[in-house]
Design a protein around this ligand. Structure first.
Ligand code: AMP
Length: 466
């Protein structure tokens, strides 16, 4: 990970350059002992580059633009100084009036909101500050109770926060620090009008921090509208992947991509590498289909996409983290912000339409200096997208043939070898007895032992978000 600082031209023409960090330990930041105790409990010894560069500026009251992805330690980079700055308001009073919202963190997804909230709760655990998270897709009641009781640090997705503001449950008039986390993704997801509405409810005499994986022209415009002479901090070369990521492109016809994934994973097994991987798809439907198809090929797969409820996503992610699932098939939106440490391999089943998303995707591997593989399966129709990606990354990606994996007994990988199981008309249940399922259709492998039950099915009973 490179560690650079850059200049940012503010709307007023003033510019500030982040000074290289002089501090190397958490103690040097002068954080309150209650915060230091929590940091030590996390087992953090040294600040990460984004922390070393950002924390002094946030403590000094500057607005800040941080170019950093999830996995760089960016959450602590803003949460720790926020806690320090609002600690003076900490109160053990039970009165809600003594606990107004002082810091607001907006995130694009529920997953990221939950992760940030978990971090904020653990970093502030020895203080009297209260932390809460609100996001859509779940019942509002519990969130209403928490907000009514008062909370100093609120982490929220924009839509749900506006719901609470609309019903006068959340009041932003005492917010001192605003964080726009993964701002680029919030813009991609069309949250700009929501962000504008929310920001207009926050006092202008505030400190604003904006974090984004890339600084697109839209992000710069957002910063120019809402940040004042921000200091800019970058911890990775812009529009580049970590040097520890080995990137390979396999040219594969669209119809052969699923088989190609099986080959890639089998090859990893032979090389003694972990099969744990995250596989990116462009659509929800494609995501669900691919996960089911991989399961039929004997790969423990789970899908995470926008049609899954919060509970389903959490279950799948937990199963992935515990190793119960080895291939997590995901869409960009659902995967955004997920904290999956030490991801050994990222596979692009399809190239994203937006080249910057490719960088987000492969940023899931090779974090914190660990080695990672990023494999892209590219068909003829995607060559233009590949060009865009190479232009953005300013490098050509290596094109290599698929690994030549011969079938081994008990591991037949040719999908055409499987036949969907069709009960004979004599054994077919009457239509009224048929049970509909959204899980993989039952399949029978010809000549080999039947596949293990699909993980998706074990996690099953998943209901679609209505
Ligand atoms: P983030 O980029 O904020 O999602 O953080 C990624 C991971 O790094 C999380 O699991 C954090 O708990 C961890 N982390 C954050 N700061 C440090 C640090 N200074 N030392 C070691 N791990 C850290």
């Amino acid at each position: 990970m490179t560690n650079t600082t850059t200049e940012f031209n503010s709307p007023t023409g003033a510019s500030k350059t982040a000074t290289p960090p002089a501090t190397t330990t958490f103690a040097d930041f002068g954080l309150d002992p209650l915060i230091q105790k929590a940091v030590a409990q996390q087992g953090y010894n040294t600040p990460t580059p984004i922390q070393a560069q950002s924390i002094p500026h946030v403590l000094a009251g500057s607005d800040l633009m941080g170019a950093a992805q999830t996995g760089t330690g960016k959450t602590a980079a803003f949460v720790l100084p926020i806690i320090q700055k609002i600690l003076r308001h900490a109160s053990n009073s039970a009165s809600p009036a003594r606990h107004p919202i002082r810091a607001l963190v907006l995130t694009p997804t529920r997953e990221l909101a939950v992760q940030v909230a978990e971090n904020a709760a653990s970093y502030s655990q020895y203080t009297d500050l209260r932390t809460a998270v609100v996001y859509g897709g779940v019942d509002m009641k519990e969130q209403v109770t928490i907000l009514r009781n008062g909370v100093e640090i609120l982490i929220a997705t924009p839509g749900r926060l506006l719901d609470h503001i609309g019903s006068k449950v959340a009041n932003l008039s005492q917010v001192e620090i605003l964080v726009l986390d993964e701002a680029d993704r919030m813009l991609d997801m069309g949250f700009l009008p929501d962000l504008q509405r929310i920001i207009n409810l926050i006092p202008t005499a505030r400190q604003t921090l904006l974090f984004s994986a890339t600084f697109s022209p839209e992000i710069k415009k957002l910063a120019q509208s809402y940040l004042r002479s921000p200091v800019t901090v970058e911890v990775a070369r812009q529009n580049a992947a970590a040097d520890t990521v080995k990137q390979v492109v396999h040219l594969v016809a669209a119809a052969d991509k699923q088989r190609a994934i099986v080959k890639v994973l089998e090859n990893r097994t032979r090389q003694g590498l972990s099969r744990q991987c995250i596989i990116f798809t462009n659509s929800r439907l494609g995501c669900a289909r691919l996960a089911r198809a991989l399961e039929r090929d004997g790969i423990k797969a789970g899908a995470i996409h926008g049609d899954k409820s919060q509970g389903e996503r959490t279950l799948t992610l937990d199963a992935f983290k515990s190793g119960e699932i080895e291939a997590l098939v995901a869409t960009d939106v659902a995967a955004r912000g997920l904290d999956i440490p030490d991801m050994p391999c990222v596979i692009n089943h399809e190239l994203p339409f937006n080249a910057e998303d490719f960088i987000h995707r492969i940023g899931r591997t090779g974090r914190a200096g660990s080695k990672g593989d990023a494999i892209a399966l590219v068909d003829e129709s995607e060559k233009r997208l590949l060009d865009d990606i190479e232009k953005l990354m300013k490098r050509k990606l290596e094109v290599a043939p698929l690994p030549d994996v011969k079938s081994v007994p008990g591991q037949i990988t040719d999908p055409f070898f499987y036949k969907p199981y069709e009960p004979s008309s004599a054994t077919k249940p009457a239509a009224s007895e048929q049970v509909s399922t959204t899980n993989a259709p039952e399949v029978k492998k010809v000549g080999i032992t039947p596949a293990k039950p699909a993980v998706g099915a074990l996690l099953g009973g998943f209901k679609k978000k209505s």
